[in-house]
Design a protein around this ligand. Structure first.
Ligand SMILES: [Fe+2]
Length: 277
């Protein structure tokens, strides 16, 4: 399920596989083993008596120490797979949801989560968190702070998503590009002339390295608002990188490519959005 979700959302399938394989490595530690692991790995003492809360933390710390895995995103995905957290990365969400909705899971409402997982992973995260909160409350146990703030976070971004129209998405992408010193940024309203998107955002990078860096910046900023690219083309020959977010398309080009392809001219009939607005 983790690999399927990674494919669906354009995440790194290998990283998802690695995190999924490792996430429950220490699920079966007994109390003594756990206390020892917490000590040896230098984890917070509060984890010593709570395998439910601790096993992801232990796994992440052991992956780093014993297996030399130092990819922060993979380690965080393992570390937060039981609680989630506010501002989770795409990979963290994938592992969290895959763990809660994989095919062997069988609890009331799991089908709905499974369905949501492939439609809107944020929604699936929130559904799982609300299930957990209800369940833990029903058991009269204390709720983990991390889960509560995560649920709050997803309620917020799911509302934002509804209220953030394609123009606002384009503005956000342009703003990020501007703050990262992209050159000559334009937004073109292509809704009337195209069947595939509402806005084109075009920006220049000084070098192929900068176009790649700008692509990552846009991807991060959009992900924070709950928007994930359906596809990114051109990363292998970064003279022209195209990110397809559905309603908006972001193009980042080097100066040479920009002159060569002159996308603005192709869409010359369309309205250029005034970004001072
Ligand atoms: Fe687990």
């Amino acid at each position: 399920m983790a690999k399927a979700l990674a494919k669906r959302y354009g995440a790194d399938v290998k990283k998802a596989e690695l995190a999924a394989l490792c996430h429950d490595l220490y699920r079966k530690l007994d109390a003594d083993g756990l206390a020892q692991a917490v000590r040896e790995l230098g984890l917070d003492g509060k984890y010593a008596g709570n395998i439910n809360l601790a096993h992801g933390k232990v796994a992440a710390a052991a992956m780093k120490r014993d297996f030399g895995i130092d990819d922060g995103d993979v380690l965080n995905a393992v570390s937060f797979h039981t609680t989630g957290r506010a501002g989770m990365s795409l990979l963290e969400k994938i592992i969290y949801v895959a763990d809660g909705a994989e095919e062997n899971r069988d609890y009331p409402g799991v089908e709905k989560v499974r369905e949501a997982a492939f439609e809107d992973i944020d929604k699936a995260c929130l559904m799982m968190m609300e299930n957990t909160i209800e369940y833990v409350k029903g058991q009269g146990q204390d709720l983990d702070e991390e889960t509560l703030s995560a649920a709050e976070y997803f309620r917020k971004i799911l509302n934002t998503e509804e209220h953030m129209n394609s123009r606002e998405q384009a503005m956000l992408a342009a703003k990020v590009l501007d703050s990262k010193k992209a050159q000559n940024i334009v937004i073109i309203d292509i809704a009337e002339k195209s069947s595939f998107a509402d806005y084109l955002v075009i920006a220049g990078g000084g070098s192929e390295r900068q176009t790649l860096a700008l692509t990552d910046d846009v991807e991060d900023a959009m992900a924070k608002e709950g928007f994930f690219p359906k596809g990114i083309e051109g990363k292998n020959s970064p003279g022209w990188i195209l990110m397809d977010f559905g309603d908006i398309i972001v193009n980042i080009l080097t100066k040479e490519s920009r002159e060569k392809y002159d996308i603005e001219k192709v869409w010359g009939d369309c309205a250029f959005v005034d970004m001072e607005d």
